[in-house]
Design a protein around this ligand. Structure first.
Ligand code: GLY
Length: 370
């Protein structure tokens, strides 16, 4: 039985369908959107090798013709060269204004293809079929699309909402455990930022979910998507509340930048450590009790997820180096670094009013524990 979350954005409203076997039923799901029975699918080498046949069969059995482009896997794909290749391929395939493009992969593919759809012929519709936990609970929902610039991540992009999201829980079975856990960092973030009861549920069910329980996985994805949908409906273009979704990201992005955006530290791992630091800072500034960061870190440890700077192998910059990296964050406003802090688990808030010496001391202490 599929679960559905609706993202209620008026004329641009769409459903997120969550369940098992959705690739096989993709044709049924997508055909209602089509003006002619043809779709262009863009994927990456890893996802295509594992799942493109299933998706193709699901579409073809409803009489939908499939053309596909397979890009290299990895973050390096998310730049101008593969972006222009994708746009030109879509034009060469004669994808028209009323056609649908399918983004079939993790966050890199979803962001790049969504951006290609945003600009192709001044905007065509697209469907997200996210294949990682991270993409299912975060990047495929909410319409942030884009690519990286040499100056930083996600600096070129557009808001462009998908027309449908199909989150097939079965594809999570093929994720490496580390990738699943990194995605879990974003799942946990939702409880930590806005729903203590969800966090408690994750404390109870997270380990079974990581071990493969599909019913729990579907429930966790649904609740995270519902929370994201509610926030996106309130604040689609991040003028306010949407920034709450950046809990753990100011520290996390700096850690990713310091470790080269690669296998040393995955995005969701950076977010997990970033959440632990954000809660620690909140406690030090008197916003929450010391029990909150301790509880958050205990859960991350339970899940065998990274939660300390000491969990990162190799050299790291000193506290000044981290402060400089954080000052480059795209969330900086009028020179002020904006942090997401918390008054407790599930009670995050955004502030630009954080004494920088407190951040520096926090980082110095965290580095000294390595
Ligand atoms: N990943 C944060 C957002 O979609 O706003």
């Amino acid at each position: 039985m599929d679960e559905t979350v609706n993202v209620d954005l008026g004329s641009r409203a769409y459903d997120i369908r969550i369940g098992s076997g959705l690739l096989h039923r993709s044709g049924k799901e997508i055909s209602a959107l089509l003006s002619r029975p043809r779709v262009a699918v863009v994927s990456d080498e890893n996802v295509a090798a594992l799942h493109l046949d299933s998706l193709r069969q699901g579409l073809e059995k409803e009489g939908i013709e499939v053309v596909s482009l397979i890009l290299p896997a990895g973050e390096a794909t998310k730049g101008w060269p593969q972006f222009s290749r994708t746009v030109e391929w879509l034009l060469a395939q004669k994808i028209e204004r009323r056609d649908i493009v399918v983004a079939f992969g993790g966050g890199v593919i979803g962001d790049l293809v969504g951006f290609a759809a945003a600009v192709l012929r001044r905007g065509i519709r697209f469907v997200q079929i996210p294949t990682t936990l991270l993409a299912q609970v975060d990047s495929s929902v909410g319409g942030k699309t884009g690519i990286n610039a040499p100056q930083g991540k996600n600096l070129i992009g557009a808001f462009h909402q998908p027309s449908l999201v199909l989150a097939d829980i079965d594809v999570l079975d093929t994720l490496a455990p580390r990738d699943f856990l990194a995605g879990y960092g974003e799942v946990m973030k939702y409880g930590a930022l806005g729903d203590e009861s969800y966090f408690r549920w994750l404390e109870q069910n997270g380990p079974a979910m990581a071990a493969g329980d599909k019913r729990l996985r579907a429930q966790a994805v649904k609740r995270a998507c519902q929370m994201k949908a509610d926030i996106v409906v309130r604040d689609e273009t991040e003028q306010g509340d949407r920034a709450l979704l950046n809990l753990g990201h100011t520290f996390g992005h700096a850690l990713e930048a310091a470790t080269g955006y690669g296998a040393r530290l995955l995005h969701g791992e950076g977010v997990a450590i970033g959440c632990a630091l954000a809660f620690e800072l909140s406690a030090r500034l008197g916003f929450c009790s010391q029990e909150d960061p301790s509880r958050l870190r205990a859960h991350l440890k339970d899940m065998h997820l990274k939660c300390d700077l000491s969990d990162i192998a190799g050299d790291l910059p000193d506290a000044d180096g981290f402060m400089a990296l954080m000052a480059q964050d795209k969330k900086v406003q009028d020179g002020e670094i904006r942090f997401v802090l918390a008054r407790g688990i599930g009670e995050a808030f955004v502030t630009g009013d954080v004494p920088m010496h407190a951040v520096e001391t926090l980082l110095m202490d965290a580095l000294s524990r390595r």
